[in-house]
Design a protein around this ligand. Structure first.
Ligand code: ACO
Length: 332
């Protein structure tokens, strides 16, 4: 896959330290060996060294070269708990509770990222998206100038002429259930930046709706038109347009009929969905019906990268998400 090859080569050019919070899990252990062998990242595995090494030997892989940190016995545990308590005390956090929460590898790993002991974190092979995102949102928070953390999928549609020869970014398909117009504008801008900075694309962003340029009137359409206006005001140099129906966004012939003056219609390579129902269903439709490769969900907008895995992921998927996380960390 050409696209991932480029990400691997970018990752190798400036290796970063990534923490795998589910270090005692089989696919993470296999991925660790592949990541180290391919020099994609320095790896920290969270868990008990005895257990991890025994599991690695049973799997016939090596975790040599990885740093293994046990949250229970780490000498950083106290400092992390104190900082976490300070960060969250206004929200009712107590020191006692903070100490207990540092035993949770997802909270411990997120604190490692916060305290610059790691450049990024990858997790989610055995935890839900919400379990991973919550500590990230509470501790690492969004990057300066970004109001909302969101996610995107890199969609690779074989044999397709849409987007950039079948390469498109879809957002938000995994984080924000029902973004406001302001949040939707922020998601569009962040995804345009991701398309340009991470994927080297010339972003053309379509704000999707069931209406094209006023063809229908409804409060759901108003949200998309307001978001489009805000995004254009905030970043006038970006090619963002809407509201557009999906066909007007990607099919030139339809665009010529429905939105002839749009700089984006018919050429969109970044699709912004109005809410999570549409986004999550949308990417899965393309993935299943068009046999597309859906890389993600990859989070964007965190101050430092924290990425999720699908619970059905393979060790190879973990390797790829780690490579993307390294490239995101390089931008910091
Ligand atoms: N960006 C920035 N900050 C945020 C965001 C966001 N998108 N969402 C919540 N926050 C902040 C809140 O302001 C709050 O901050 P504070 O505590 O410092 O005041 C903190 O994060 C926690 O917020 P909560 O509202 O308590 O968190 P919540 O319980 O709503 O969880 C979450 C947020 C996890 C993102 C939730 O919205 C969620 O579960 N989203 C859907 C995830 C999901 O199930 N996706 C589909 C599956 S993935 C797939 O199919 C590929």
């Amino acid at each position: 896959m050409e696209f991932m090859k480029e990400i691997w080569s970018k990752a190798k050019s400036d290796k970063k330290k990534i923490v795998l919070a589910e270090g005692e899990e089989e696919r993470n252990i296999k991925a660790c060996e592949m990541i180290i062998k391919n020099k994609l990242a320095d790896i920290i595995l969270l868990g008990k060294a005895d257990k991890i090494k025994k599991m690695a030997s049973e799997l016939g892989v090596s975790v040599e070269g990885a740093e293994i940190v046990d949250p229970e016995t780490s000498d950083k545990k106290e400092a992390y708990a104190n900082t976490f308590y300070e960060l969250r005390k206004k929200k009712g956090m107590t020191l006692e509770k903070a100490e207990k929460m540092m035993l949770d590898p997802l909270y411990f790993g997120t604190m490692m990222v916060k305290m610059d002991d790691a450049d990024g974190m990858v997790s989610g092979a055995i935890h839900t998206t919400g379990d991973l995102l919550r500590p990230g949102l509470q501790i690492v928070k969004s990057a300066p100038g970004v109001s909302v953390v969101s996610s995107f999928f890199i969609m690779l549609v074989p044999g397709s002429k849409y987007g950039e020869d079948g390469l498109l970014l879809f957002s938000d398909c995994a984080v924000n259930p029902n973004p406001t117009a302001e949040q939707l504008a922020s998601i569009a801008i962040t995804t345009a930046d991701t398309a340009q900075n991470l994927c080297g694309m010339d972003a053309k962003v379509a704000m999707l709706s069931f209406s094209t340029m006023g063809s229908a009137s409804h409060e759901l359409v108003d949200k998309v038109t307001t978001a489009t206006k805000l995004a254009k005001e905030m970043r006038p140099e970006l090619a963002i347009d809407g509201e557009l129906q999906l066909d007007a966004a990607i099919v030139e012939k339809v665009a010529n009929l429905k939105a002839p003056n749009s700089p984006v219609a018919g050429k969109a390579n970044v699709l912004i969905f109005p809410d999570l129902q549409a986004g999550n269903i949308g990417y899965k439709l393309v993935q299943r019906f068009a046999n597309a490769e859906a890389i993600g969900p990859i989070t964007q907008g965190f101050a430092k990268p924290i990425n999720d895995l699908s619970r059905g992921c393979s060790a190879e998927d973990i390797v790829n998400v780690v490579a993307v996380t390294v490239v995101q960390a390089q931008a910091n």
